[in-house]
Design a protein around this ligand. Sequence first.
Ligand code: PMP
Length: 389
Amino acid sequence: MSFFDEWLVAKRNSLKTGGRWREIPDIDHGADLIVSLNGRQVINLASNNYLGLAGQEAMKEAAMQGVMAYGTSSGASRLVTGTFGLYNQLESALAELKKQEACLVFGSGYAANVGLVTALAGRGSVVFSDRLNHASIVDGIVLSRARHVRYRHNDMDHLAYCLKKNRDIREKFLITDSVFSMDGDRADLGALVALCREHDVIMAVDEAHATGIVGQGRGLACELGLEREIHLHMGTLSKGLGSYGGFVCARQEVVDLLKNLARSFVFSTALPPSVIGAGLCGVRWVQDHPQEGDRLLELAARFRGFLASLGFDVGPSTTQIIPVIIRDNAKTLWARDHLLASGVLVAAIRPPTVPQGTSRLRLALRADMLPEHLAKVRTAFVRLQEAMA
Ligand code: PMP
């Protein structure tokens, strides 16, 4: 065996024995509410297409108009070839949605977080980060070479302690998800802003799961009236907004700085016109339908109540993301398959995505669900509860 073969086997085996090996199923569907899986129609609660925009005719047309106007690729990084008109329209619409002066679109939400953190922080700075923040934030911090201080999830006492311990460092940043992706709970942005102000910390918020939903679609910072207090507002076009790509909204000078320093922006080809066209259509749809997010959040609150009444552990969720915490890995996969047999597709989430012993089903409720879909999902959970009893 060559060293390469030996290394490959060892690497695969270590993942497999650690229960961290994943297979990606072949699917013949997109992110619609009703999808065909192995020839069967099932209700899809596994995607983040929270508003159902990704399958709308107007979105598809906007994507096609982008292609017809500008072709299939943007060809290069914007710093090299410039910005086409649709991009400017999208960035203006996003800045308006987020009540900020300016916006910069990145290749993905992942690229936006990596770009934003590495542009701001460096050797000699410290970044405070909630322990349950998304992996793209963690990767950005590691890449920035800043000191990484992870405070316990939503624990303001622990954060205050960490801030005091690092008070001698001048350049301090804090970044948090506003809605946490695996628990569906919210950050205490009011308390975080107060602590950041007290300790002179530059603050950024990741609104990936809140944009389009919370605060009339503007996000949690706007809902709480904190849009001026928080310095950078990151989000993604790939979830509620039904397209693809990430963005950061902030003051003009901050955005100008990101254009120069965020390497995931500088050294990467701009998103294709189809994606930008659909993204603009998604933002406008949210601006025209500010109540849809509230409607979804109310639906989710009722559904959490129903699951809890069956004895399921729905964790601390207060949003459309509902975890059903099963704990055991194998049992979680079994529960996922049981629901699928009842015609409901949900994600099974296991370590390392979530901490050991907290494996769960992750339900992403959607605004395009009708009463008949909800009834079917309820029946599936009643059956699951009976099978688990
Ligand atoms: N931040 C959070 C909180 C996320 O959940 C995700 C996606 N899972 C991202 C950032 C990355 O966004 P994208 O999928 O657009 O790269």
